[in-house]
Write a protein that binds this ligand. Structure first.
Ligand code: SAM
Ligand code: SF4
Length: 335
């Protein structure tokens, strides 16, 4: 029996988020610039390398894998990887295999995801207005995403909607999105916009809609019960008694969640980020590629990386600047 991954602050690391591509068929304004330069193919971990990497983490006690990106479902042949990971569900080593997607390819892959053992997915959707959707995603089309959500539910997947809270953009849809999700038996989580990437001309502080405000509005209009549920992440949940649905708030800025952090993030090039909000990372691709016949050097590199997981991040908007900003796009680390 190997010793589990415990960081210097006695947090057990049981959750790995894996970005399988930096590419995407959308260009959401808060995530990517219009003209992105993507990584050359040889930089990316192959599907076989991703498998070896994830399998090694699972061997060290990771029980939950979330596949993300970029848009994970645009990576060629990605279902081969999902099918391969399902063997760890079969043995019980992995408790959950899940995905965060923009929904654009769900109509093609929903049934395959279910066949690979995926039970719940997160779909990112900030607005139900076609024009606004086209504006915020730049390249996305709402009907295609709605078709994907239909397909996912028809295939038996439990869908949670993630919406980035953007002041002056979807404030007016707080109730319509809530009711739409309730009618479809979907939970809804709001995410505070984070100071990621190169802000350029964009006013990230101006876009910031504090979830404290959002939550207050929810509380004024529904009967709200706080839920004790903790996922080891930045989300806090309430139940709306009127609709029965769960509403989540991901508040990296107004709430400090770091003390219970149980996760690390692997990029599509094999860099391990121990904290979403810090620059420190470990290159795991080298020990993986240099030692095709032994996983021991990779295991050692993973343990060394976890040994320097920082206590927390330094994001802070309180001075009306995006302090603690990390010059890295969310699509790189995987949201
Ligand atoms: N393409 C997939 C999607 O959109 O769901 C997966 C990757 S995306 C980077 C993961 C999540 O990060 C999405 O819910 C997206 O809205 C969120 N995200 C991207 N940039 C963000 C930012 N600057 N602040 C907060 N959330 C962000
Ligand atoms: Fe693509 Fe997701 Fe980023 Fe939007 S948030 S650009 S869908 S990776």
């Amino acid at each position: 029996m190997t010793t589990p991954l415990i960081d210097p602050f006695q947090r057990a690391i049981s959750y790995l988020r894996v970005s399988v591509t930096d590419r995407c068929d959308f260009r959401c304004v808060y995530c990517m610039s219009e003209n992105m330069t993507f990584l050359p193919k040889k930089e990316l971990l192959t599907l076989e390398e991703l498998d070896r990497m994830c399998t090694t983490f699972i061997g060290l006690g990771v029980e939950k894998l979330r596949i993300t990106g970029g848009e994970p479902l645009v990576r060629r042949d990605i279902m081969t990887f999902f099918r391969a990971m399902s063997r760890h569900l079969d043995t019980g080593a992995l408790r959950e295999l899940t995905v965060t997607t923009n929904g654009s390819q769900l109509h093609r892959f929903a049934a395959d995801l279910v066949a690979a053992g995926v039970r719940r997915i997160n779909v990112s959707l900030d607005t139900l207005d076609e024009d606004k959707f086209a504006r915020v995603t730049r390249w996305g089309r709402l009907p295609q995403v709605l078709k994907g959500i239909d397909a996912a539910q028809a295939a038996g997947l439990r869908v949670k909607i993630n919406a980035v809270a953007l002041r002056g953009f979807n404030e007016d849809e707080l109730f319509s999105l809530t009711e739409w999700c309730a009618a479809r038996d979907m939970d809804l989580t709001w995410i505070e916009v984070m100071p990621m990437g190169d802000l350029g001309n964009e006013d990230r502080v101006g876009q910031y809609w504090s979830l404290k405000d959002l939550r207050r509005t929810v509380t004024e209009n529904y009967t709200v019960t706080d839920l004790a549920e903790r996922t080891g992440g930045p989300a806090r949940y309430v139940r709306l008694e009127e609709t029965g649905q769960k509403i989540g708030f991901i508040t990296p800025l107004t709430h400090n969640f770091c003390e219970s952090c149980n996760r690390v993030r692997l990029t599509c090039t094999g860099e391990l980020y121990m904290c979403l909000g810090q620059e420190d990372m470990a290159d795991l691709r080298k020990p993986l590629r240099d030692h095709a016949d032994s996983d021991a050097p990779l295991q050692e590199a993973i343990r060394a990386a976890i040994g320097r997981k920082p206590k927390g991040h330094d994001f802070d908007y309180s001075r009306q600047r995006a302090d603690g900003q990390v010059v890295r796009h969310m699509s790189h680390t995987g949201g």
